[in-house]
Design a protein around this ligand. Sequence first.
Ligand SMILES: Cc1cc2nc3c(=O)[nH]c(=O)nc-3n(C[C@H](O)[C@H](O)[C@H](O)COP(=O)(O)OP(=O)(O)OC[C@H]3O[C@@H](n4cnc5c(N)ncnc54)[C@H](O)[C@@H]3O)c2cc1C
Length: 301
Amino acid sequence: MDFCEKVLSRAGDVRIIKGEPLSKHTTFRVGGPADYMAFPKDESALAILFEIAKNESLPVTVIGNGSNLIVKDKGIRGLTIVLGEEFSGITVSDYEITASAGELLSKIARTAYQHSLTGLEFASGIPGSLGGGMAMNAGAYGGQLSDVCVSARVFDPETGEIREYAANELELGYRTSMLLKTGRIVTSAKFRLHAGDKEQILKTMEDLNARRREKQPLAYPSAGSTFKRPEGYFAGALIEGANLKGASVGGAQVSTLHAGFIINTGGATAQDILDLIKHVQTVVFEKHGVNLETEVRVLGE
Ligand SMILES: Cc1cc2nc3c(=O)[nH]c(=O)nc-3n(C[C@H](O)[C@H](O)[C@H](O)COP(=O)(O)OP(=O)(O)OC[C@H]3O[C@@H](n4cnc5c(N)ncnc54)[C@H](O)[C@@H]3O)c2cc1C
């Protein structure tokens, strides 16, 4: 029995494919093939996938919506698990929203609005899943998920166990978390919001999204801000100050609209993007003496 057959015999209706290009699953539109890619629907299928991969000594990588990733051109060895639209579910109870890892932050923010709940407006334009959002502690315009998160259910690949973590145990910091550091997987999270004015919630979401459309190069594939904000500076301003707007390597370019974004102008390879990142880091350090650390995560070979 090959790996796919083993998965199908144990985990039933899990979709699993061989050799799927990651470029189809990243907003940068780069990345070579995953040896195997699986799309579980629930926690038990997720646990079975990890167990089978462990028995086969296959490394496992978990991704969400691929909106903060550069996957290298040779792809990802072993099993790539996508917690996406199949891994879904949102419930609302009083002032709390609980959502599964595969739900998009935009949809969760929309659900909050529909229930006149305020607190997640900042997330409505972030193109990530809840799982990736929790791992990155996604945030924008003065808000971040740690402001509203109460708890999360977390799968530990080491032990195969799932348990509920209080928000303070998740070590949610600026674009980081215990999840990123340990490789543990969020399967769902709970947010506590406040009663708000529905019209005002909608207006805030629309205003923030209009600001994105004006300031961000949304017409091109990217992974959002390439670099973290260095303490006391803005990455975009440092890059612009080093005359790097429009700098390019192959199909990768420092956006002329927002220097904090590297975009794929068409046909960029992951290597083009990585080379451009290195170039930007070198020139910014020479010019300003500041180290730019990437916010985007690099995966694969
Ligand atoms: C146009 C654009 C605008 C953006 N604007 C913002 C913004 O304003 N603010 C912001 O914070 N980000 C922004 N981003 C970046 C990105 O959307 C966020 O980082 C988002 O939270 C990533 O979620 P994802 O599901 O796409 O994660 P992925 O990119 O798939 O993964 C990111 C990381 O999370 C890990 N991960 C994924 N799912 C899980 C899980 N269930 N459990 C544990 N770890 C997991 C992955 O292994 C990886 O290390 C933007 C991106 C784009 C393309």
